[in-house]
Design a protein around this ligand. Structure first.
Ligand code: SF4
Length: 421
């Protein structure tokens, strides 16, 4: 190890962990706590980068994807969520028919897309047949795209509506077009946080049971951690250990995605949002603790493009994709359009000093560098998104404060500057 880093790591109290990382040994619960507690984030990032480069070299993955949020109706009432509308008398409520969801996909019909990402609220009125028809309709609209659909919370609801076993339901979903599961809904695997913030949702045990059943059914999934609200450090480390244990058993997880919580318009909006420094630490600790996960993603929608560029040196090897529209965390001023074109994604990765590789949802390589990026496609992506939200054209890379999360961080900076005067 470079002697300068050696000294930094010793001063940070991470020498034992560094030795384990060099020997490719598994880190313990106590190691996880230590990685969160040391003030030297750079030392944690350096170690995470060793693992990142060991697993994925200099590559940073991106994907041409489109998100479809088919309903915001939800009866779970999670306190950290700004997306949902109550099932009764909520003027914001919407539920797309399968045909409307397919039309969303057809709106971008001439933009190349390899993945459609479908998630929504838990709408208790939807019958089992709705979910199958939704998948069939979207698959028919985009036959060559992989369908990545339904958090474990939605899967739990679908299993109830079906009155079948999870394995039977997964077989039906696969037959209807499902290729993979995005993996959200566990939030933080802590009974305390579950009780306080999202008691109506399935608990950690159920989430793990449904993930296990998905993997046993041959369906790959991701896993997430929602951080930055009321969770405590030991609860996050415990979350990693539970995921790592299931991954040892099934090998079915592809990617871990730390999700930076956005407080705006939630029941807890008086709490501060996580900062970029926290975002980087979550990525780095995840990379070090989840030794059996092939990939760690920095979700640019939540982390911002600049923090995601840094994250590529703190353990992340994936920046997600083009997105097109995203409703889970809305930017109130610009509403739902949040898009980076393939050219912007590639340039963002190159600017960060990594090698861009386009993947499909299963990490099959589709192109490298600028190979498949055309200006016609860039123009189309922008035009399509502008048609949907004409005043909301964002250009995250060339202009200043553009996304909801960047705006929040700017607000935090202003508060700090004011209080320093
Ligand atoms: S996080 Fe998901 S389950 Fe919870 S209220 Fe929001 S949409 Fe519903």
């Amino acid at each position: 190890m470079n002697p300068i880093w050696q000294r930094q790591i010793e001063r940070a109290g991470l020498a034992d962990i560094a030795a384990k990382v060099e020997r490719e040994e598994r880190l313990s619960f106590e190691d996880g706590l230590q990685l969160y507690q040391t003030p030297n984030l750079n030392a944690v990032g350096y170690l995470a980068n060793l693992v990142r480069e060991r697993k994925n070299g200099n590559v940073a993955y991106w994907v041409r994807n489109q998100h479809v949020n088919y309903t915001n109706v939800c009866n779970k009432g999670c306190l950290f969520c700004s997306f949902y509308a109550k099932p009764k008398d909520d003027p914001r409520a919407y539920t797309m028919t399968p045909e409307q969801a397919a039309q969303k996909v057809l709106n971008y019909g001439d933009v190349p897309i390899s993945e459609v990402h479908i998630v929504g609220g838990v709408n208790p009125k939807l019958p089992y047949s709705y979910y199958l028809e939704l998948l069939r309709a979207v698959k028919a609209a985009r036959p060559n795209a992989h369908l990545k659909a339904f958090t474990m919370v939605e899967v739990d609801q679908i299993v109830r509506a079906a009155k079948k076993s999870p394995h039977e339901v997964y077989a039906d979903l696969k037959a209807a077009g499902l290729d993979a599961i995005p993996g959200g809904g566990a939030e933080v695997m802590s009974e305390r946080v579950h009780e306080d913030l999202f008691f109506a949702k399935p608990n950690a045990e159920r989430w793990l049971e449904l993930a296990r059943a998905a993997h046993q059914s041959g369906i790959k999934s991701n896993a997430t951690l929602l951080y930055g609200h009321v969770e405590q450090t030991p609860e996050k480390v415990e979350h990693f250990l539970k995921l790592r244990e299931l991954q040892d058993e099934t090998g079915g997880f592809l990617t871990f995605i730390p999700l930076s919580w956005h407080p705006e318009k939630t029941a807890m909006e008086e709490l501060p949002a996580p900062t970029g420094v926290e975002d980087l630490r979550e990525i780095a600790v995840a990379r070090l603790m989840l030794d059996n996960f092939p990939h760690i993603k920095t979700f640019w929608i939540m982390n911002t493009a600049p923090v995601s560029q840094s994250a590529l040196w703190f353990g992340a090897d994936d920046v997600d994709g083009t997105i097109m529209e995203y409703e889970i965390i809305r930017d109130p001023a610009r509403d739902r359009k949040q898009v980076l074109t393939s050219r912007q994604l590639v340039e963002m990765i190159v600017e960060a000093g990594r090698e861009p590789v386009e993947r499909d949802p299963l990490y099959n390589v589709l192109s490298r560098g600028l190979e498949s990026v055309s200006d016609v496609e860039t123009l189309l992506s922008n035009q399509k998104a502008d048609l949907i939200q004409p005043d909301a054209n964002i250009n995250i890379l060339t202009s200043g404060i553009e996304t909801a999360s960047q705006r929040l961080k700017e607000r935090a900076r202003n508060v700090i500057e004011l209080s320093a005067r």
